[in-house]
Ligand binder design. Structure first.
Ligand SMILES: [Zn+2]
Length: 447
């Protein structure tokens, strides 16, 4: 059963609710936020021109740079006395992006996160180990309030502290964990090093987000940790986590809470709206937010929307797993490359562990892509046995095996992504592990 009735409205019922909320939010920002009044006036739009949700295309876009230009409080639609929480995300260029919540926003956030936990099959009977970072980042507190709202017992351990995470998993009997997928794998690695018997851990589901990941990575996490891995999505500008989530029944696309967050897909170059099914940039209007609603916010995330009814009974549109932020996209010798595409290739290669770094350099005028990736411990053992073998033929085979792995990766990257790459194989544990968001790309090219 979904958490709220609004998750399974008929399309006409939903459109009616969306139209009403869109009108209200337009009135709100026009009356209270000078930035939006100016933007609306420039386009010759009055809030009364927005009669139903289809009229949304008449409205101006909001971009990340608008948040920066109005730093810190310029986009607030409430006086400070009504603000009860301020979060911020670290900007790549100096100043953070600031977001604000009033009491109703905090309650809305708890509710959409309760939907997320319910989607993942978490109930009041669960023990939720929340390993998202608490602080300015929205992940920790967002998951915390949502898990509390469904009545689960929340362990606010925050990120990092891997050995303690494992101790609590064992002793507190956590049944659900919230963290980045890369941290989940790291916890697994450390548990193996500590020779922990996984049967002593009751974990059955993980809610993973805050970094782009792939289907292949999902399979790794599910097989190693023996859990269901649920993809969740959000961004602080809209509310934090709680924008969309996969359901455990289908695990096929993330139900987007479109009664509160109206989604559009646009062509990122022209801004023109694209139909269901077509891939483009996700744009969201946070219609129910009060302290800092955003109109047609360009998320930079590339995805598509699927309106088909889901087996779980929810009618909310499903967004495809995000391939990566438009900002994360690398342009290598004119070819668009998402780190997640490289990850797909790596995890489909035998003897390769899901730990890698993509390095980009410029040699002369050429971009050079180098993938540093770990071989698995089992592969290392096989190789070591061959090296120690007195049989000379076996000894020579060792190098050949490594060359073959490299060639497989190079060929698949070339076939699937269309660029040549260098591959450096490294032993297990050679790649720096992350206790938060994994740093997958090192771009050494001059800006
Ligand atoms: Zn579903």
């Amino acid at each position: 059963m979904p958490w709220n009735a609004e998750e399974s409205l008929s399309r006409p019922e939903l459109a009616k609710l969306q139209s009403h909320r869109l009108q209200k939010v337009c009135e709100r920002v026009y009356a209270r936020v000078p930035f939006y009044k100016k933007k609306f006036d420039e386009k010759g739009i009055k809030p009364s021109d927005i009669r139903n949700v289809q009229d949304i295309v008449k409205l101006p876009f909001t971009k990340k740079v608008d948040l920066r230009d109005n730093y810190p409080y310029g986009l607030f639609a409430e006086p400070l006395e009504n603000i009860v929480r301020i979060h911020a995300s670290s900007g790549t260029t100096g100043k953070p992006t600031v977001v604000a919540y009033n009491r109703n926003d905090i309650s809305l956030w708890a509710d959409v996160m309760a939907r997320t936990f319910t989607c993942a099959g978490v109930t009041s009977k669960d023990v939720v180990q929340n390993a998202y970072g608490y602080g300015l980042f929205t992940g920790g507190l967002g998951a915390h309030y949502g898990a509390e709202r469904v009545g689960a017992a929340v362990i606010p351990i925050s990120g990092g502290n891997t050995q303690k995470q494992i101790l609590l998993l064992q002793d507190f009997g956590s049944t659900a964990i919230c963290c980045t997928p890369s941290f989940a794998l790291y916890i697994y690695d450390v548990a193996c090093e500590m020779k922990i018997n996984l049967d002593t851990i009751k974990l059955r589901v993980g809610l993973f987000g805050a970094e782009p990941w792939t289907e292949e990575m999902r399979r790794e996490v599910e097989e190693r940790l023996r859990i269901k891995a649920i993809d969740i999505y959000g961004l602080s500008e809209i509310i934090g986590p709680g924008v969309s989530s996969e359901c455990i029944e289908a695990q096929s696309g993330l139900h987007l809470n479109e009664d509160h967050f109206f989604p559009e897909i646009i062509n990122p170059e022209t801004g023109e709206p694209l139909p269901y099914g077509q891939e483009g940039e996700l744009v969201i209007t946070s219609m129910s937010r009060e302290a800092m609603p955003l109109i047609r916010y360009r998320t930079g995330d590339i995805t598509s929307l699927n309106p088909e009814k889901c087996v779980c009974g929810r009618t909310l549109v499903r967004m495809r797993r995000v391939r990566g932020r438009a900002d994360d996209m690398l342009i290598i010798r004119g070819v668009n490359v998402f780190p997640s595409q490289v990850e797909s290739v790596l995890l489909r290669t035998k003897d390769i562990a899901p730990h890698y770094v993509i390095e980009v350099d410029r040699k002369g005028r050429m971009d050079v892509l180098n993938v540093r990736v770990e071989v698995t411990a089992e592969c290392m053992e096989k190789l070591a046995a061959k090296v120690l073998s007195t049989d000379l033929k076996s000894f020579a085979q060792e190098e050949e095996d490594l060359i073959k792995i490299k060639r497989d990766i190079q060929k698949n990257v070339k076939d699937i992504i269309g660029v040549n790459t260098e591959v450096t194989l490294v032993p297990p544990s050679a790649i720096q592990r992350s206790e938060g968001k994994a740093k997958r790309v090192v771009d050494n090219r001059p800006k």
